[in-house]
Design a protein around this ligand. Structure first.
Ligand SMILES: [Zn+2]
Length: 414
């Protein structure tokens, strides 16, 4: 059993969009009301649980907030539950004391009560008190719906559905035939990722592409009257540009990480401490734009889902400074040197490719399982029924001297 979420765009009509906004407002009002009750309780040395807070809110809501009758009560209930969680985090010192929410913050509400009130079929969802709302795509996972959260981002409505997936397919095991494919991945700013197979993935540099538009929109926002009708319109424009940047970046990351994970059985990656690198003010903008930690996280979870082993190099592993051909380590290597020249053995190759080779060699040295012929074989091939087939492939494999990659020569097999 696993829990999976699917975030998708909603396509509400005008009436529905207004109702969605009202529900978000209701969740916020309920939360703020409960927070002031909770604070008053603390002053009296009384600790109110979220159950108490909900009771107190329900006792006064019809009188103080008469407009809430046309809305689903799940919004207020879950709003107060969220406050309860925030209080728990404050008590366990994970977070600061909860604060009031205002209109300009992120608006969202939880639409279900955990009892199957929300129904999803094909490309539409039935939300309580709103009715059938169109979705831009079908729900990706099948199973019991655990939670539905509606949120607004850059003027668009989204639905996040948490599904308990029952019959989830087991992670893919390595292909029983053929050698283990060990791939090293070097991530960077210049190119997003370079694999030891020689495949390069472009960095979309989404922020740089939109920097001019963003500047213009932000300037227009700051020059309009605060909280005027025009100001809200300009604010949405800025949000839209940020959203577009984010989409471009995520799209590139998803495509690259999926392609890399599909091409490997064992992945060698580096572990980055981006927080330390961000202190360099010349690199900070480009680094944040590349969002390398996010990319590595993506690689990790996709590898786990597909049963690909991940080997992380230690934090100070000199993947760029070491020569992948002879193993000599340079003491100094500036960022502007895009080509690696080795003084010891004379190897000349691309800097990122050199780093990818080093990461692959590290991963291979930690997972190597050699057979009598010296070729690396998959551990699964020994246990399959087609042992002879595996042996045929093993004898036909040769190691490429230049790249160190395993090659299968099918003509040599018997
Ligand atoms: Zn060398």
């Amino acid at each position: 059993m696993t829990l999976k979420t699917h975030l998708m765009a909603l396509d509400p009509n005008n009436k529905q969009a207004t109702l969605l906004a009202k529900h978000c407002g209701y969740a916020r009002v309920a939360r703020n009301h409960a927070l002031s009750e909770f604070k008053a309780g603390l002053d009296r040395d009384e600790f109110l649980s979220d159950m108490d807070l909900r009771k107190r809110f329900n006792a006064v809501k019809d009188e103080r907030y008469p407009w809430c009758r046309e809305l689903s009560q799940n919004a207020s209930k879950n709003g107060i539950c969220n406050l309860g969680d925030a209080v728990k985090r404050w008590i366990s010192k994970q977070n600061r004391f909860p604060r009031y929410k205002n209109r300009s913050g992120r608006s969202s509400y939880q639409a279900d009560n955990g009892a199957g009130t929300v129904k999803v079929e094909k490309k539409r969802v039935n939300l309580p008190k709103i009715g059938w709302v169109r979705m831009r795509e079908k729900l990706r996972w099948r199973g019991e719906i655990r939670r539905c959260v509606v949120s607004k981002r850059a003027g668009r409505w989204f639905l996040s559905v948490l599904v308990k997936v029952v019959s989830d397919s087991a992670p893919r095991v390595r292909s029983p035939r053929g050698p283990v494919r060990v791939v090293g991945v070097d991530v960077g700013i210049k190119t997003l990722a370079v694999t030891s197979d020689g495949v390069e993935f472009e960095n979309p540099k989404a922020l740089y592409r939109y920097l001019r538009k963003l500047r213009r929109a932000q300037r227009q926002l700051s020059r309009s009257v605060y909280r005027s009708r025009n100001w809200y319109r300009k604010q949405v424009r800025v949000q839209q540009i940020h959203y577009r940047i984010c989409c471009l970046r995520e799209d590139a990351h998803h495509k690259a990480s999926t392609a890399i994970v599909k091409s490997a059985d064992v992945l060698g990656i580096e572990s980055l401490r981006v927080a330390g690198l961000l202190k360099n003010r010349r690199l900070a903008k480009a680094l944040s734009d590349a969002s390398l930690s996010g990319f590595l996280t993506m690689l990790r979870y996709k590898a786990e889902a597909r049963g690909v082993e991940i080997i992380e190099a230690p934090l100070n592993f000199p993947s760029s400074k070491t020569c992948s051909a002879c193993g000599k380590k340079k003491t100094k290597l500036s960022l502007s040197e895009r080509t690696y020249h080795c003084e010891a053995c004379g190897a000349v190759l691309d800097r990122d490719l050199n780093a990818a080779y080093n990461l692959r060699n590290l991963a291979a040295s930690l997972t190597e399982r050699e057979n009598g012929c010296g070729a690396t074989i998959s551990p699964h091939s020994r246990h399959t029924s087609c042992v002879s087939e595996a042996r045929r492939i093993e004898t036909a494999t040769t190691t490429d001297k230049r790249t160190g990659q395993l090659r299968i020569d099918l003509s040599r097999g018997s």
